[in-house]
Write a new protein. Structure first.
Length: 370
């Protein structure tokens, strides 16, 4: 039994009155709970958050902090969504084929991180916030949590049926568990229709906030950390190479780019070329495997470290036989969620992400980390 399963069984029957987080953390959790319109009958409350069932798959939501980050009391909201169990493992570790399958899923989603934990595959995301940003960040977070559980409910059976094609495992199964007191949820929650009813239609038209796709502010933010900012609102793209990272960092923000299921939106890309990859033949299989391992390291750091970042995407290995491999972070923001200032926030996030990642990829004396 996993830790999450144990928590659910232990805490059955509790209410939000049993939360032990501070007032700001409580306010954030209740805001998420309300935005998702969760039914109390399909909820289990914990000390630091809650687990809920939109249908078959539980989603764990929690709050962390406050922790002092650069002199500011910072908190994080995180979600973990169950999807599959019985993923191929070898000697207690995930197989290379399972890691590649997870990376391929991350490559097309750009909304959260597809994550392997033992023999389980799930979806997770993490967002930092402060009292001043609580309302905006809880909305962003709740939307991502909903998109994650919607995708998992819709695609888990397909992934199990295609286990051979995805190089996972013949024993793969949907990671469904019943609510400890209400049992199995027979009918899916209406919130699982929001992606089709709201996000997808709004992705077919310009954002309602006319200034949401203005990239001039993002260009100004990037100019503070780079000398070669190119592009702008007319091109629908702004990008820059960051100085002083030691990992060949480049940040790009694209406006009105298409997503396979949500229509148009804005995309943040952060490219890194870790020095450790220079030890391999460019475009080789070994270089590709090293890039995947590097991406996994960066994803775990973004999930667990006290970094003021919006982990609503994932690092992936990127490259091929025709060009050197690198690692890329991609985060898609649907038109339905775009507001004034989003591009600037993504520029700050891209710069911070590159500078936070760099020390993990380069030793203090400049040698590549093994």
């Amino acid at each position: 039994m996993s830790e999450a399963d144990t928590d659910v069984r232990r805490d059955a029957g509790r209410s939000h009155e049993d939360l032990t987080v501070d007032d700001t953390g409580r306010e954030a959790l209740l805001a998420v709970y309300e935005r998702l319109q969760i039914d109390a009958a399909w909820t289990v409350w914990h000390d630091d958050g809650f687990t809920w069932w939109a249908h078959r798959l539980p989603q764990r939501i929690r709050v962390e902090g406050p922790t002092d980050v650069d002199g500011l009391a910072t908190r994080w909201l995180s979600f973990e969504t169950a999807a599959l169990r019985g993923v191929a493992v070898a000697d207690g570790a995930k197989s290379n084929s399972a890691a590649i399958a997870a990376m391929e899923l991350n490559r097309v989603s750009n909304l959260y991180e597809v994550h392997l934990d033992g023999d389980r595959l799930g979806l997770r995301g993490r967002v930092y916030f402060m009292p001043e940003t609580l309302r905006f960040r809880t909305e962003l977070f709740a939307d991502r949590a909903l998109l994650a559980v919607t995708w998992a409910e819709r695609n888990a059976d397909t992934l199990v049926g295609g286990a051979g094609k995805l190089s996972l495992a013949p024993g793969l199964a949907v990671d469904a568990t019943p609510h400890p007191t209400s049992g199995e949820r027979a009918a899916p929650d209406d919130m699982l229709n929001v992606a089709d009813a709201v996000f997808q239609p709004l992705g077919q038209e310009p954002p309602r906030n006319a200034g949401a796709t203005d990239l001039r502010g993002a260009a100004e933010v990037l100019a503070g950390s780079a000398d070669d900012v190119v592009g702008g609102s007319d091109e629908g793209l702004v990008q820059a190479s960051l100085s002083g990272t030691g990992v060949g960092a480049r940040v790009a923000i694209r406006a009105q780019i298409g997503h396979p299921s949500l229509g148009q939106g804005m995309l943040l890309l952060v490219y890194l070329r870790p020095p450790a990859l220079d030890a391999f033949e460019p475009g080789s299989r070994e270089e590709g495997q090293a890039a995947i391992a590097t991406a996994e390291t960066l994803n775990q750091a973004a999930w667990s470290m006290p970094w003021p970042l919006l982990h609503v995407g994932a690092w992936v290995g990127d490259g091929g036989s025709e060009r050197p491999h690198r690692v890329v972070y991609a985060s898609f923001h649907p038109n339905a969620t775009l507001t004034q200032g989003v591009a600037e926030a993504l520029a700050y996030d891209g710069i911070g992400r590159a500078h936070r990642a760099a020390p993990l990829l380069i030793a203090r004396d400049g040698r590549p980390l093994s």
